[in-house]
Design a protein around this ligand. Sequence first.
Ligand code: DGJ
Length: 743
Amino acid sequence: MKKTLLALVALLLTVSVQAKDYAISTPNTTLIVSADKGKQLNFRYYGSRAEASDVRAAGRMLKHDAYPAFGTRCDMPYASLVKQHDGDNAMKLIVESVEESKAGEVSKLTILLRDVAHPTLLVKVNYSAYSDCDIVKMNTEYINEGKKPVVLQKYMSAVLPIQSDNCVLLHLDGTAKNECNEHIEPLTNGVRVIATQAGSQIAKYNNASFMLGLDGRLDESNCPVIAGSLVWMGNFHFEFHNTYMSKAPTLFMGGINPAASDYTLAGKKSLATPEMVFTYTTNGKGEATRNFHRWARKYQLLDGTKEREILLNSWEGVHFDTTKENLEPMIKDIAALGGEMFVVDDGWFGPKYPRNNAVSSLGDWGIATSKLPNGIRPLIDLTHRNGMKFGIWIEPEMVNVKSELYEKHPDWVLRHPDFEPSYGRGGGQLLLDLTNPKVQDYVFSIVDNLLTAYPDIYYIKWDNNMGMHNAQSLYLPKALQSNLQVDFTLALEKILKRIRAKYPEVVIQLCASGGTRLNYGFMPYFQEMWTSDQTDAYHRILIQWGSLNFYPSNMLAAHVGSAYSKYTQRLMPIKFRFDVASMCRLGMEMVPAKLNDAERAYAKRAFAEYKVIRPIVQQGDLYRLISPYEGDKNHTALMYVNEAKDKAVLFAYRLIIKEAMSANIIRLQGLKADAKYRIREVAPEFENKPVKISGKVVSGRMLMQEGIVIPELTVRYKSNTELNEMRATNDWRSVILELTEVK
Ligand code: DGJ
């Protein structure tokens, strides 16, 4: 009897000390935290879909503070640091309540934490999971219930403890014309920080996305991988802590960059931190990429499942010389090649100071009549008469000192009042101060006026060519200067929401000297992004390959430029340039009249063929086959497969030539092993002479297990000299193959 009583007491004790597990799941993954009122919130598990009991039995339950705050374990990494109005900066966060909810495909866990020392400060920790994609999201919300302000000094969005001490990190770095270089390296001991501080050019120098291979490797299709990306439009900060404790040897934290961003949160106010999206898979980084792409197309990217048009952009062709004489032939020529849209880039505006270079006119969005005496209406009409849509370039967040806008409103810019600002492009460019409500109205009015005057504008290219050099606001009071980075980002979001509320359909391309804004935060407002100004097709492969790790092909604009790349001083044949641009959203950026007859005929065929493969390229699942970053680096290949797996498109490239080079075996992926596929070359170099494998029928099993060989990609095969007049070397050969299941 005594024994039973003791056992009962022991059981009661266990029940009362054991916090409740809360799990949310996606089709293949589960995330578990445990919460107990008055106690620390613990992170327990993020991995393959499982019951809590199974995770526990396998010894895979972690016990790690789910949102560590500076205060109790000051020797450990912390996600939160808050200075109270009395100067106290220590916190102890305990669970106040847990709420479980479901809306559509998303189940959500909201845990409210309260600070013991300053009970008017609360932090909400949110976790959500999609029932139809392997994506979970995390973010936090700081709530100041007190009357006095508090200062948030570190306010991370997400904390992810990882039970591996042997991680391999994939991350992207780079800048304009050299974006998204892929790096894969061991996560060595210590703290690894990846961050940016260029303001809304969030991807300048580093991209806010990563992958971690958890078993000492990062294979394409067979290893556990966690990948994450921050959904934000401002400075970001990732911390990877390695081996600071045995229970969770790797700890990730990510969110807004706290550097120079102490955020004063007024009494009775709250601040939601940006979401981080994560995916987990045991099927390698290829599956992690596909998880992100599927989710982005369905839930994050505006019009993510709509097809994108083939366009000609005027920039590389004529730069600032956007005269009627230059543009009209371009419109007719791209229409004749099969283009679907014409976009006038920089140079068309500036009534008082015509925009002839980067030195003037930003801010003055009237017509430069010296170049376009009758304005843009005749261009729009000509474009329409040629059966195409019309688009136009703006850079609405900026001003040039040489502009009517600056003459009127010199106080609308970001700068310090007491010293000369650092100028951007052209030596006279400044960022408008978006925290100022008058500036917000003005930026909105640029788009609004344009679309009111020309409701048939279908597409806008929204450029941004200056990072936040001068992080000082003439609008915010001195005491709130360090709110600028966050408030500026929130103001930008507010403007974009306002534009989208009135103009939900206009297609807007985001550009920031190329891809320095490549991030999930912009996706709800922009259908696509300009991947890079880099026109060298080889360099483009590296950039596109890097970008595709996280960002889907239909949002990555890729244009065929002229044969000679001014940035690398390399010459590339037209087929190679087309085949590289065709792996994303295809367009052109040159003067089409400069093509010779053979090239023009080829371009026409290539555009027509792209329309055939477009649904698979823009909506299919991506499989990376041979990396341009690894191995011999002489070949690279990737493919897209549609959902039914009955259609696929393979892109194969031979890069630098080597003597006695043998044809590479390309093992395909993502097909049905038991199906048979007919192979057809897309836009062959010689019109009636496709590569030998074209027309063959091969089983999915053979294609995937043994692979194919395309001998024409080796040195021995002659190329079409008419198409390659400008070819300086015999490098740069490519083949696109379409695969269709034979039923
Ligand atoms: C930078 C962009 O990346 C280019 O494509 C072009 O639009 C120029 N700006 C125009 O100034």
